[in-house]
Design a protein around this ligand. Structure first.
Ligand code: M6R
Length: 365
């Protein structure tokens, strides 16, 4: 049931604050501001490293997770798309653990990667939406994302719930490994606890601007997304979402890679969507944005209040989100990206929930 929404995708975008709050309840204690101990089959304290694999949007959630596990838990992460991972002959050791992320829990390549790691003697963790799925059944530890059924082929709420679970697990891993202090844990968990309220506020505030902007965006044939740090996977997620449902060609790039190739494409016919919260990468990303502006590129700047105040560049549009802590920024910055793809597709009249050639669950190689 779509309720009063036009598409399941729209419903699932707007469900996120409530669903994430519910999902977080499984991983954090809202009263004491600590992470709860979840499935103990994986002992993060003793690991030498983590392997992560998944496909599509789930893979991009894993890429954000990589930044978190490395920064907060000082745990090296090997990550690859499952269709490559399974054939890489990556040397692994039982001192590592492996995490597989899948909404459906049935993705063929992800399952094959899981079995590869199992054969190598690694403990297996599954970050899944469907708890009865094959991937969940074959894992030692299950970390449910509790997003409820996701009907739209373009993944939205599953992505932000996967991120919420990964954020919680990386804090838990940091506590177990002594790299996150009790005070840091409290501070980060407080930010996670505030996130649902901020998400609702953002969804309401940005909708009219994004809808108007989408009308302009729907006239272009190519779009480039740029980001740095955890905003880099978000750039790729933004591009994936746009191409899936609007069929506009889009690429997501690490902002620093701009001058190693894609800058050759910059002209007034290819908008560049820059995702840049005012974090420790902000200045660097703005200097990449300057390179775009200097070549007549059109910029859509997705930033926060501090970032909007700090940049004087002329843009096609600036979407200003509230200033938030960096642990929750990827979830908050997912919202404009999802809405932009959604409204652009609606303007173009595509089949938003059932885009051509795509299946919700990819159970063959
Ligand atoms: O069920 P899974 O999470 O394993 O699916 C993985 C991908 O097929 C999926 O995320 C796909 O990329 C989505 N259509 C993206 O919106």
């Amino acid at each position: 049931d779509k309720g009063n929404h036009r598409h399941f995708m729209e419903k699932e975008i707007y469900e996120q604050p409530e669903i994430i709050s519910h999902a977080l309840g499984h991983y954090i204690d809202f009263a004491s501001h600590t992470v709860k101990s979840t499935d103990k089959a994986i002992d993060f304290s003793k690991l030498s490293g983590l392997a992560i694999s998944a496909c599509g949007t789930a893979y991009l959630a894993g890429l954000v997770g990589k930044y978190w596990f490395e920064r907060y838990a000082r745990l090296p992460v090997e990550i690859d798309v499952a269709s490559e991972f399974r054939y890489r002959e990556l040397p692994l050791s039982p001192t590592q653990a492996a995490l597989f992320i899948s909404q459906s829990g049935e993705t063929a390549d992800t399952l094959a990667s899981l079995r590869y790691c199992k054969d190598e003697g690694l403990k297996i963790g599954a970050i899944v939406n469907v708890k009865e799925s094959t991937i969940a059944r074959e894992s030692d530890a299950i970390f449910p994302i509790l997003a409820g059924p996701e009907i739209g082929v373009a993944s939205t709420k599953a992505f932000t719930c996967q991120l919420a679970v990964l954020a919680s697990l990386s804090i838990a891993a940091g506590r177990a490994r002594g790299t996150v202090s009790e005070a840091d844990e409290k501070a980060m968990v407080k930010h996670l606890a505030e996130m649902p309220r901020i998400m609702s506020k953002v969804l309401n505030e940005i909708q009219p601007q994004i809808e108007a902007l989408s009308r302009d965006l729907s006239r272009f044939k190519d779009v480039l997304y740029l980001g740095r740090g955890t905003s880099y996977p978000l750039a790729m997620e933004g591009a994936l979402k746009l191409k899936e449902i609007s069929y506009i060609h889009a690429e997501g790039y690490a902002a620093g890679e701009l001058k190693h190739g894609p800058i050759a494409l910059i002209d007034e016919n290819m908008p560049v969507i820059v995702i840049a919260p005012h974090d420790r990468f902000f200045e660097k990303t703005v200097s990449n944005m300057q390179e775009v502006a200097a070549r007549g590129g059109k910029i859509i700047f997705i930033t926060d209040e501090k970032g909007a105040a700090a940049s004087k560049l002329e843009t096609m549009a600036t979407i200003t989100l509230p200033n938030v802590d960096e642990i929750i920024a990827p979830m908050i910055f997912s919202l404009p990206i999802q809405l932009l793809a959604y409204h652009t597709a609606v303007f173009m009249g595509t089949d938003v929930d059932q885009p051509r050639n795509l299946a919700k669950s990819v159970t063959v190689e």
